[in-house]
Design a protein around this ligand. Sequence first.
Ligand SMILES: [Zn+2]
Length: 120
Amino acid sequence: MIIYQKVKFDAAHRLFGYQGSCNNLHGHVWVVEVWIDGDQLDSCGMLMDYRSIKQYFKDLYDHMLILYKEDPLVEVLQYMVPITVLDSNPTAENLAVKIKQDLKAFKVRIHESEDNFAEV
Ligand SMILES: [Zn+2]
């Protein structure tokens, strides 16, 4: 069995060390599609509560600044704005990997814009 959830959230990031404009702080309306598979339903007959998927994104990413742990902006901004710190540069690819691991998802597709996505 597979369940699917689509989530949108606003968040800023920058690609640390990138030679180009994505090294500047900028924001996206991120769209994430999550597929979760499994055979075990809980006592309510759910594979996973859709609300818990949405809550994960609300808690970790919505209206947050997403930065790489080695980015010096973490130290500068950590007491001023809510930051989610990643072990890797916050590319769509790395975010997709983290989300897949965190949610134990079967597949994750993440769109930074309507013209592209990364999938894992
Ligand atoms: Zn970006």
